[in-house]
Design a protein around this ligand. Structure first.
Ligand code: APR
Ligand code: PHB
Length: 385
């Protein structure tokens, strides 16, 4: 068997890359360790930058997104119960669209159902500096495919980055001393727009998936488990951290999903090793505070697809040679923004009262400076691809 591009992982990065290559006539095959149902069952973030929306359109999978996605013209930051609205439209003339990653994945899956091999076990990369190939086990049978290039889109714990010799890769990491406990509930959102709240007891976020489904988060300790958090405890803590009228308006209900995610910033450099390219969570992790994870995965594969398509169109490797530096330049800016928003909004007891005053000063500066708000809005709605 032979293909032009073997893609590892059928998350949003791998599926979008496969779709863009398909549309350009570049042959590819996606190998995914899990089942399609498992992939669709993972609850992830749900805010799309305009660039990601445009990419969905270019991939001709934007129909449902436009019908069902909620366009948000701003967001609210709250500090000790004091609200500050960031008006994206007025500040930068751009918006974001609330549409779950699960839905993005579903739309991409529907566009190319037979080019993905699900439940591919023991995926292994071979000879990435030479005649590249990928092997896997499918229903107990060993298989192998030769390829020109491999795209590692297999997330943070995937096999692609792990296949690179340690001496060839440099990683940069910051693990934050807390996690987010998230609850999904079939109740209308408390507010039309997202609310990011900094409270003495810790961060809280009011988000949404639709007009009838909400997603809420509270900052929790690194050793907390889902079992420590009954629904009642979660709702009490969330309300505690919100401004009182908002707190009262939260419609609670039985959680339909509850999970804890550690917050981490991580970047691998470079993103190319011979015939292997990394994209999405395989290459980097952002804390969820700026909703950049899915959007970065989209901009990475936009650039990678352009480079691969350029190569097959006119034989030029310029795009492929430039991919790593080009993608990393945008990745680091999104890393900076996510790190900054995380620092602004969470409780860091180890930073003491001085740290809290710094957060307060930052919030007051935002409240008083259009330029500061504009910078926030520019980054939140997304830098150009
Ligand atoms: N072999 C094959 N597939 C694998 C392997 C492996 N060894 N390891 C992981 N995978 C698969 C996972 O099962 C998953 O479906 O790779 C896929 C990676 O998908 P994601 O983790 O969703 O990563 P990505 O596509 O880069 O999307 C990034 O996901 O984690 C969120 O916040 C992040 O929204 C961002 C988005
Ligand atoms: C979410 O809806 O899950 C969400 C929204 C915004 C974020 C993070 C997560 O910054």
């Amino acid at each position: 068997m032979r293909t032009q591009v073997a893609i590892i992982g059928a998350g949003p990065a791998g599926l979008m890359l496969g779709r863009l290559l398909d549309l350009a006539g570049v042959d590819n095959l996606i190998l995914e360790r899990r089942s399609a149902d498992y992939v669709l069952g993972r609850i992830r973030a749900g805010v799309l930058e305009q660039g990601a929306v445009d990419l969905m359109d270019r991939a001709r999978v934007g129909q449902r997104l436009h019908a069902e996605g909620l366009v948000h013209e701003g967001t609210v930051l709250s500090f000790d119960g004091e609200d500050l609205r960031i008006d994206f439209t007025a500040l930068v003339g751009r918006q974001v669209t609330v549409y779950g990653q699960t839905e993005v994945t579903r739309d991409l899956m529907a566009a190319r159902p037979d080019r993905v091999i699900y439940e591919a076990e023991d995926v292994a990369l071979h000879d990435i500096d030479g005649a590249a190939s990928v092997s896997w086990v499918q229903e107990g049978v060993a298989r192998r495919i030769d390829c020109d290039y491999i795209a590692g889109c297999d997330g943070f714990h995937g096999v692609s980055r792990a296949s690179v010799p340690a001496s060839a890769i440099r990683t940069f990491e910051r693990v934050y001393p807390f996690g987010w406990l998230g609850v999904l509930v079939d109740r209308p959102p408390v507010s039309r727009e997202l609310i990011y709240a900094n409270h003495e007891r810790g961060f809280a976020l009011c988000s949404q998936r639709s007009l009838s489904r909400s997603r809420y988060y509270v900052q929790v300790g690194t050793t907390d488990t889902v079992e420590d958090w009954s629904d009642q405890r979660f709702w009490d803590e969330l309300r505690h951290r919100l401004e009182p009228t908002t707190a009262e308006a939260v419609e609670t209900g039985p959680s339909i999903e509850k999970s804890i995610a550690q917050l981490r910033s991580f970047v691998a450099e470079p993103l190319r090793f011979g015939r292997l390219f990394l994209a999405g969570d395989a290459a980097h992790i952002v804390p969820p505070t700026g909703a950049k994870g899915l959007n970065l995965a989209m901009s990475d594969v936009d650039m990678l697809a352009e480079a691969l398509i350029g190569f097959y169109r006119d034989g030029s490797t310029a795009g492929l040679d430039g991919y790593s530096a080009r993608a990393l330049s945008r990745i680091w800016k999104a890393e900076r923004f996510s790190w900054w928003m995380t620092n602004l909004l969470h409780a860091f007891p180890e930073n003491g009262p001085f740290g809290r005053r710094m957060q307060r000063a930052e919030f007051d500066y935002l409240a008083g400076s259009r330029v500061a708000r504009q910078s926030l809005a520019e980054n939140y709605t997304g830098l150009p691809h």
